[in-house]
Structure formats: C-alpha cells, structure tokens
Ligand binder design. Structure first.
Ligand SMILES: CC(C)(COP(=O)(O)OP(=O)(O)OC[C@H]1O[C@@H](n2cnc3c(N)ncnc32)[C@H](O)[C@@H]1OP(=O)(O)O)[C@@H](O)C(=O)NCCC(=O)NCCS
Length: 182
C-alpha cells in the first residue's frame, strides 16, 4: 500500500506509523504466523487466521474507545515496506499503559524497534501526560529488554501480567514535567 493511502498517524526518522484497517489483516497474519516472531509472545505459538481476525476487529475499535492510545502499523519511509507494529495501550484488566512492538523478522537488527519505541514513550509523556509507561517481556527475550532500556525504561523486576510471570520495565514521568499543551 502506498503511504498516501493509509491514515498516517506520525513519522519517525525512518518509519511511518499509520492506523490499522481491515485491509492489513493478511500482513498481520503473516507476522503472527512466523515462529521466530512469536517465540516469546504468550504461549510461544503462532497465531491462527481466526486469532488475527479477532485482533483485526479489536484494534480499529480501540482507536475510538481509547483516544490517543492504539496499535499502529509501521512501514519504511524510504520504500513503504511493512516493518511491523508498535502499540501504546492499556494492559488488559489494568490501568497500566504499556509500550509494545512486533517486527517482521526481515526488519530485525536495524534499530527500528528502538526508534519506534522511543517515539511512543516520548509521545506518551509529552503529549498524553502519562505518569508511568511499562514494557512487558518474556524473561528470555533479551533483544526486547534491550529495546526497552534504549527507549528509557528501566528494569522494575518480575510482575504478573497476561496470566504469567514476566519481566517488567518502567519509565516514570520526570518530577519537573509540565504539560506542553496550553
Ligand atoms: C524484539 C524486537 C522488536 C527487536 O527488534 P530489533 O529491530 O532487532 O531491535 P533493535 O535493532 O532496535 O535493538 C535490538 C537490541 O537488542 C540487542 N540484541 C539482540 N539480540 C540479542 C541477544 N541475543 N543478546 C543481547 N542483546 C541482543 C541488539 O544488539 C540491539 O541492541 P544494541 O543496539 O545495543 O546493539 C524484534 O526482535 C521482534 O519483533 N521480535 C518478535 C516480537 C517480540 O518479541 N516483541 C517484543 C515482545 S515483548
């Protein structure tokens, strides 16, 4: 899809973040069907097409339910290639906001995850005025923990989210922080 066709939400140095709509189901299914991508997510199993169709119904609804939060599709600014997604969203059943990301294997190792995560953390503090942003990882997901650290989150120990024991990272808004909005 060409960039001008998608509802662009914001841009980073190398990425375009856009809203996810029904026509993105197939690329999200391909992402979640890759065992390398899903290794540290949930049970570690790849997702079925039905799982992804469920997510495709939830994601666009969440833009309206939780204005300012969401899951955004990332593409490369230079050639439009699909990179994956980034999210800033409530952890289900809690009042915690988490930063998350899932990238195609072909896009790993180029700093895209760090670039997108930093953008969302800055946005969460500067534009939404959040007090705390967390990152939840499988304890063995070293690269994701590294991404969180490079995005300014620090190790906050072990927590219990999504029905399992996980590693939690957190970033707190600076004490002197004041809103930039009028
Ligand atoms: C986790 C993920 C987003 C990382 O993407 P990425 O594009 O490789 O991330 P970046 O390039 O921004 O940074 C990765 C960092 O981890 C480091 N890293 C990668 N593998 C590592 C390992 N086995 N041990 C130590 N560090 C490792 C990299 O060196 C890099 O750090 P550096 O820049 O200081 O060298 C990507 O692997 C992914 O989408 N995985 C599947 C989904 C997933 O696990 N999402 C997170 C759920 S919590």
């Amino acid at each position: 899809m060409r960039e001008r066709d998608a509802k662009v939400w914001r841009r980073t140095a190398r990425l375009v973040l856009s809203e996810i709509t029904a026509e993105h189901g197939h690329e999200l299914y391909e992402l979640d069907a890759d065992p390398r991508v899903m290794r540290y997510i949930g049970t570690g199993h790849v997702r079925t097409r039905e799982d992804v169709d469920d997510a495709m119904r939830r994601i666009p609804r969440a833009y309206a339910l939780y204005p300012g939060l969401g899951t955004w599709r990332a593409t490369r600014r230079d050639n439009g290639d699909f990179v994956g997604w980034f999210a800033l969203k409530y952890v289900p059943g809690t009042v915690e906001v988490e930063v998350g990301y899932r990238l195609r294997h072909a896009a790993w190792g180029r700093g895209y995850a760090t670039e997108g995560a930093r953008e969302l953390v800055d946005y969460g503090f500067d534009e939404l005025g959040l007090f705390r942003i967390i990152g939840i990882t499988h304890p063995e997901n070293v690269s994701s923990r590294r991404v969180l650290e490079k995005a300014g989150l620090v190790d906050a120990g072990v927590g219990y989210y999504y029905g399992r024991c996980v590693r939690v990272h957190e970033a707190l808004r600076e004490r002197e922080w004041r809103p930039r909005w009028p």
